[in-house]
Ligand binder design. Structure first.
Ligand SMILES: NC(=O)c1ccc[n+]([C@@H]2O[C@H](COP(=O)([O-])OP(=O)(O)OC[C@H]3O[C@@H](n4cnc5c(N)ncnc54)[C@H](O)[C@@H]3O)[C@@H](O)[C@H]2O)c1
Length: 316
C-alpha cells in the first residue's frame, strides 16, 4: 500500500483517480481548493462517494498560497491534476490560468522536493502540441491558447525540478477526457444537457473537428500504470489518450441514437485557440506500460448519458 496525494481530487478526473487508487488498496490524500470555475456543489458531489472512506483524507488547500507540508507528510507519490482547465476562458481570465497552472505547480514541486516524494506524476494536455495533436511525444510543442501555454510551462517546471533536485517526474499528456462527472463546460456535457432539454446546440465551425476522446476510466488507468511502473515511467513523457477518433457530427449522431431525440443544431464561428484535430498516438504508453484504452465512444457516451440523466433527476 502506498500513500498517494491527488491534487484536484474534487475535480472530474481527480475524483475518479482517487476512487481507483482506494479500490487498489492505497491510502489517498486529496487536495482541492474548489476553484469556482464551476460550482462547488458539483465538486462536493464528485467527492461524495469516497469522502468517508477510511483510507481517504481531504485537505481543502489552495496550492498557490497555503502551507502544503502537512498534506505532503509521508506521501510516496503525487498525482498533480489540479489546474485551471478549459481553453476558452484562458483568453480573458489569464490570471487564474497563470497562477493555478504555473505558480501552484512550482509551489507543489518545491514542497515535493522538501518532503522527499518518490514520484511526481504531472497531468498535462494534448493542447501543448497546438492545433494538431496527431503525432507522438516528440512532436513540436506549439500551443495556440493561453491554457496550453500555461500547461506547457507546468511541464517545463517539472523537468527543471527533476534536473535540479533529482525529483522523479513523469509527464502525462491527457486527450479530451469524457464520461461521468465531465466538467459542465465541456462539449459532450453541453450536448447531452441540451439534447435532454431539447435546446439549441451551437456547433463551433462545421462539426468536422475531431477528437481522440479518452473515457475517464481509461485515462485513470494510464495514470495508474505510470505510478505502478516507475522503473519505466520516471523521466518520461507519455500521451494518454483514447482509441477512437470521432468528429462532432458523429458524436451528435450517436447521442441521437442513444437518447432517441434529434439534436437541434446551428453553426457558429470556430473558437480561437481550438484544436482542429487530435488523434492520440499512444504507441509509447502501449509498449512501455501496457496501456490499452478499450472503451468505445458509444459505451463511453452511454455511461456519461446515464450519469447526466441521474443528475438531472436529483436536481428536480
Ligand atoms: N478533462 C480533460 O479533458 C483534460 C484534458 C487534458 C488535460 N486535462 C488536465 O487534467 C487535469 C484535471 O482536469 P479536469 O477536467 O478534471 O478539471 P477539473 O476542473 O474538474 O479539476 C481540477 C480541480 O483542480 C482544482 N484546483 C485548481 N486550482 C487549484 C489550486 N490552486 N489549488 C487547489 N486546487 C486547485 C479545482 O478546484 C478542480 O476541482 C488538469 O490538470 C487538466 O489540465 C484534462
Amino acid at each position: 500500500m502506498a500513500n498517494c496525494l491527488v491534487t484536484g481530487a474534487a475535480g472530474f478526473v481527480g475524483s475518479h483517480l482517487c476512487e481507483r487508487l482506494l479500490a487498489d488498496g492505497h491510502a489517498v490524500v486529496g487536495v482541492d481548493a474548489f476553484i469556482p470555475y464551476y460550482p462547488r456543489a458539483l465538486k462536493e458531489e464528485n467527492l461524495a462517494g469516497f469522502r468517508d472512506h477510511p483510507n481517504f483524507t481531504f485537505h481543502e488547500l489552495d496550492l498557490r498560497a497555503d502551507d502544503l507540508s502537512p498534506a505532503l507528510a509521508g506521501v510516496d507519490a503525487i498525482f498533480h491534476l489540479a489546474a485551471q482547465a478549459g481553453l476558452v476562458r484562458s483568453w480573458d481570465q489569464f490570471d487564474s490560468y497563470m497562477t493555478c497552472n504555473i505558480q501552484a505547480t512550482q509551489r507543489l514541486l518545491e514542497a515535493a522536493v522538501a518532503a522527499g516524494v518518490g514520484h511526481f506524476i504531472h497531468a498535462s494536455t494534448s493542447s501543448v502540441y497546438g492545433r494538431f495533436a496527431t503525432g507522438d511525444e516528440t512532436s513540436p510543442l506549439e500551443p495556440v491558447s493561453p491554457y496550453g501555454i500555461t500547461k506547457l510551462a507546468g511541464e517545463h517546471l517539472c523537468r527543471a525540478y527533476a534536473q535540479k533536485d533529482g525529483l522523479p517526474v513523469t509527464v502525462a499528456r491527457l486527450y479530451s477526457v469524457y464520461g461521468p462527472r465531465q466538467r459542465p463546460d465541456m462539449g459532450y456535457n453541453i450536448f447531452i444537457r441540451k439534447i435532454l432539454d431539447e435546446a439549441l446546440i451551437t456547433i463551433d465551425g462545421d462539426g468536422t473537428d475531431s477528437r481522440s476522446n479518452t473515457f475517464v476510466l481509461d485515462c485513470v488507468d494510464g495514470l495508474v500504470r505510470i505510478f505502478q511502473q516507475p522503473e519505466k515511467s520516471v523521466g518520461e513523457t507519455f500521451n494518454i489518450g483514447g482509441g477512437e477518433e470521432v468528429d462532432v457530427n458523429q458524436v451528435l449522431a450517436i447521442l441521437a441514437e442513444l437518447t432517441g431525440k434529434t439534436p437541434i443544431t446551428t453553426h457558429g464561428p470556430k473558437r480561437p485557440g481550438d484544436q482542429r484535430r487530435t488523434a492520440a498516438d499512444v504507441t509509447k504508453a502501449r509498449a512501455l506500460l501496457g496501456y490499452n484504452p478499450a472503451t468505445t465512444i458509444r459505451d463511453g457516451l452511454r455511461a456519461q448519458l446515464e450519469w447526466q440523466r441521474a443528475a438531472r433527476y436529483s436536481e428536480n
